[in-house]
Design a protein around this ligand. Structure first.
Ligand SMILES: *[C@@H]1O[C@H](CO)[C@@H](O)[C@H](O)[C@H]1NC(C)=O
Ligand SMILES: *[C@@H]1O[C@H](CO)[C@@H](O)[C@H](O)[C@H]1NC(C)=O
Ligand SMILES: *[C@@H]1O[C@H](CO)[C@@H](O)[C@H](O)[C@H]1NC(C)=O
Ligand SMILES: *[C@@H]1O[C@H](CO)[C@@H](O)[C@H](O)[C@H]1NC(C)=O
Length: 264
């Protein structure tokens, strides 16, 4: 009886293993290039394993047991999603202030290559808050602040539990500035002389929407370098590069790499 019961279980197991093997063969999942970090797909140009993807994005992502992180000189930011069609990645800075939490400022800094190939998208805005009257954004660099869909500092300081504190403590409306990434790229928070900041994405869809419902975080727009990956991909390979020379290569199986494609 017990044997009869165990038999189908074993066949099922074998079938599962066979299916997994078949699946991994057709999708070219080699242990060298993982294509998921938890539930986030990792495709070209990104990688979480060295030698996969493209060298421009080398060492930019780290996959932990629970999260995917985008690594920058100012810290590691949690990746919330990657949209390969729109070529965007949304990230969240856990030490940034939001509508519900006030945290002291912390610069957002990208490396030069990151600023060039994966900068914040134009619909990601930075909101500098509680700026001193001597802040450059209230004086010489006033022009970097823009009218963000008719939203005001008062609205922000009035509707968020966190930002209400600015009102309460100063009994006035301290200045704020809605600005673009360029501003924080060239001026550190100390130079800007504002004590807090937050960032919001999909800003083009926030007209008439209150700060409680804004999307806090950053959306980055990435470019995909043309290294002939399509050809490798079509032949069933995985795009990667030589870790020594950083020359592009097509990873065909765990035992063979080629310069262009897998020759099918
Ligand atoms: C193929 O390339 C990958 C990634 O660079 C590397 O880990 C692997 O050792 C290479 N395999 C061979 C057989 O050269
Ligand atoms: C990446 O994460 C692993 C553990 O998940 C950690 O040991 C490693 O130091 C991290 N690397 C970087 C560059 O942060
Ligand atoms: C706002 O900025 C002033 C200095 O300009 C600072 O003294 C004050 O603590 C800041 N408010 C909050 C809530 O951090
Ligand atoms: C911002 O735009 C709104 C209309 O969208 C307008 O009512 C408001 O006066 C503008 N504010 C500034 C500072 O230009």
């Amino acid at each position: 009886m017990a044997n009869q019961l165990r038999l189908p279980f074993f066949s099922f197991n074998h079938l599962t293993i066979y299916l997994i093997l078949l699946l991994s063969q057709s999708q070219q999942i080699f242990s060298t290039c993982r294509n998921f970090c938890n539930n986030i797909p990792i495709n070209y140009p990104f990688s979480i394993d060295d030698g996969c993807g493209t060298p421009q994005y080398r060492h930019m992502l780290n996959c932990s047991a629970t999260d995917l992180f985008f690594l920058t000189p100012s810290g590691n930011y949690k990746v919330q999603s990657i949209d390969y069609d729109k070529k965007t990645m949304t990230i969240f800075d856990p030490s940034m202030s939001t509508c519900s939490i006030l945290q002291p400022h912390h610069d957002f800094k990208m490396s030069e290559i990151q600023s060039a190939i994966i900068p914040p998208s134009p619909d990601t805005i930075f909101i500098l808050m509680n700026c001193s009257i001597d802040s450059p954004v209230l004086n010489h660099y006033k022009s970097v602040c823009f009218n963000f869909s008719g939203h005001s500092c008062d609205e922000l300081y009035g509707s968020c539990t966190s930002f209400k504190l600015f009102h309460l403590l100063s009994n006035s409306t301290p200045a704020c500035c809605f600005t673009s990434y360029e501003t924080v790229k060239y001026m550190s928070m100390d130079i800007l002389d504002c004590t807090h900041y937050t960032s919001v994405y999909n800003s083009d869809k926030l007209e008439g929407v209150g700060p409680l419902d804004w999307l806090y975080g950053m959306k980055l727009s990435f470019s995909v370098p043309d290294t002939g990956c399509e050809r490798c991909d079509k032949s069933g390979g995985t795009c990667g590069f030589d870790v020594e020379t950083e020359m592009a290569q097509c990873i065909c199986s765990s035992t063979s790499n080629s310069t262009r494609d897998c020759g099918k």
